[in-house]
Design a protein around this ligand. Sequence first.
Ligand SMILES: [Zn+2]
Length: 445
Amino acid sequence: MTAVPQATVYVAPIVTMDADAPDADAFAVHGERIVAVGSVDAVRDTVPDAAIEELDGVVLPGFIDAHMHMQRAGLKAIDYVSHEDDVDVYMARMQDSFHDDGPEDPPFEDRIRALVRVQPLLHALGITGVVDPAVTIDEMRGYQEAHRRGLLTMRTVAMPFLDIGSPRFPDVDAAIEHLDGTGVSTGFGDDVLRLGPIKVYADGEALKGQALLETPWDDTGYSGLQRITDEDFTRLVQWCGAHGWGVGTHAVGGGAIALLARAYAAAGDAVAERRFQAIHAYLEPGEDSIRALAHLGTIASLQPSIIWHNGSGLRAKLGQRAERANPVRTWLDAGAVLALGSDGPFFPFDPRHLMWQTITRCVAGEDRPLSMAESITIEEALAGYTTGAAYASLAERDRGAIRIGMYADWALWSADPRRVASGELRALRIRRTDVGGRTVYGGDA
Ligand SMILES: [Zn+2]
């Protein structure tokens, strides 16, 4: 190996999330990237001229929230928190304003201010990347301008949302024509701002009774709301698959998830290549659908926050049928890549809380957890926020682990989440967050 000057060696226990070497004692950063990982001596030998910094805590890869409406989170931050408020205040205010979607048509400069305000709040949770799962044309302009001015510190994957049925995109053909006219597709961009799959809706929301189920909601025979016909959806998926676009589909209920399984099959290899997602996918998905989607390479983009919030209401509506809701275990056992996210700022977005939820299956307002048969381990939850979410971000070679060649995106935690009791997970603190070798929270930031 060649010596690399002007590097920094960080010394601390490291949870690398690299399956080949899950633990390390030091890593070195040169510029934006990690250049060495291993024992203190081995890392120092690799970069003999490096500065050495001992860190008080445990290093984890920066988390990626695979479903975070960041620009809306920023617009709400402008409305609900002042300059000195920290992330705990912000999270409490977002919980209190659950039903406020934020301003409909804000002035353009507010979009930039919004991002500048919210990014440090999210970095304070150890988050270094997001997938924004429904980016309008105006939001895309906001992201692009923030990036152009050098203000985007959060690595952002933007999923274009073409609202099929709206005046601008009255039907699937209008959406296809628009996508075709851009001349770009999923993956276009750079490591700060990149286009993800497009976002489509197959059904509605569970608590509104609009999730499309295979077994009717009740004895009226009503099964839920299908927001796009089989024919239109299959045509859109086929076109996207053939033209380099991925598709991420909001599909809450088993009926909608079965529709995805049928339609995604028509896109073949593009499903894995362009990181097609089943989004939410939490209410009575059939085992056959899960297996078929996993086999195709579909990402399970799941949000423990939603079941935390809706669990009690779903028990009231569906009784026993609610117990297996958000079947993370089943998705993983079928071989799907799990990308964890929050659907913040509307649903809770603290990763410590959401990892704890996937382990304990606890839901708000209930003494009894949902069925533990769908519980996962802390290691699996960590992978959902790091390697899995990086894969969903088309960035598995650059992010999601502390490994040579990857970006120096990391966070310093007060303890190793794998080594504390699940009850203590939510009390861990994040002390510092770096993106591309630059400190964006804590430390000297
Ligand atoms: Zn969402």
